[in-house]
Ligand binder design. Sequence first.
Ligand code: B12
Length: 243
Amino acid sequence: MAAPCANVESVTGLLKERLLKCGFEVYPLKIGWYNSVLPSSLHLPYPDDTLAVVVLSTPCMFEQAFLPFLEKKGCQGLSDPIDQCVRHHISSAVSECFSGQKVDVRYDYELLPSRKPKFLAQTAAHVSGAAYYYQKSYVTDHSWPKNKIFGVCVHPNYGGWFAIRALLVFEDVTVGSEMLQPAPPDCVPTREGRIQLLEAFNLHWQDYSYRDIIRAAETYSQKQRDYFSTLPAQRFALLRTWG
Ligand code: B12
């Protein structure tokens, strides 16, 4: 196999070994795939052939990483407990597997000084082939009940029961043209399905129906649903009741 692909596999292999058992998935992409669909104001400042990896959390992350994390570490300070757990797992995987390498780790909740997100999670998920990003512009000639309609990604196995957590940019790893861009599976191919999806995500995301737009192999447990249905400010109190 050509060296650049071996680079990709050695990076994703190490990350999978560390993160899969904790309920994360990893998908490689080239920075050029991401930058090519965005205006220059949102580009990541790396050459097109730089390797990046997008990290998703699947439903079992809650039981396999979050609950054990709470038990072992507890929550420190006021920042979001799930974010603390994700950061703990990803940053320790990166420092242990890639020590001495330059890795720019960007989390979904981080903002730049301009207040723009540090990376567009849905765009990264789509261009890596992880989850199709359905956007309003894909449904023409339809009048929406709300002015701004946000797009939503659907994962082929988990529907909407997942989250996009981080983008890791391997600044010193370049990949060649033999790394081919995978198309994300189009799990909501019909116009009616896409309208239903976008309306559910924008108008009543709290009822979770957008997540069930396709039959998911696994969904959030009742405990996880209770956690996410609780207002962020009240989640610390809920955690205390779990002991
Ligand atoms: Co929110 N939110 N959010 N959110 N939010 C995120 C989008 C994300 C990804 C967080 C995550 O997974 N960790 C998830 C979505 C997961 C998914 O898609 N399956 C998420 C969720 C789940 C929610 C909520 C359900 C609440 C929750 O449970 N967390 C609600 C639902 C929305 C609603 O209100 N009904 C929610 C709400 C919000 C608010 C607070 C309203 C804001 C504004 C929403 C928005 O702007 N989309 C919000 C934000 C800001 C974000 C956040 C942090 C940034 C999104 C953003 O600002 N995008 C992301 C995490 C992240 O990305 N870091 C989560 C900037 C805009 C300009 O990007 O609309 O995609 P854009 O436009 C770009 C693309 O169209 C691209 O160019 C445009 C930019 O120029 N483009 C592309 C152009 N052409 C093409 C072509 C192709 C092929 C592609 C791929 C791209």
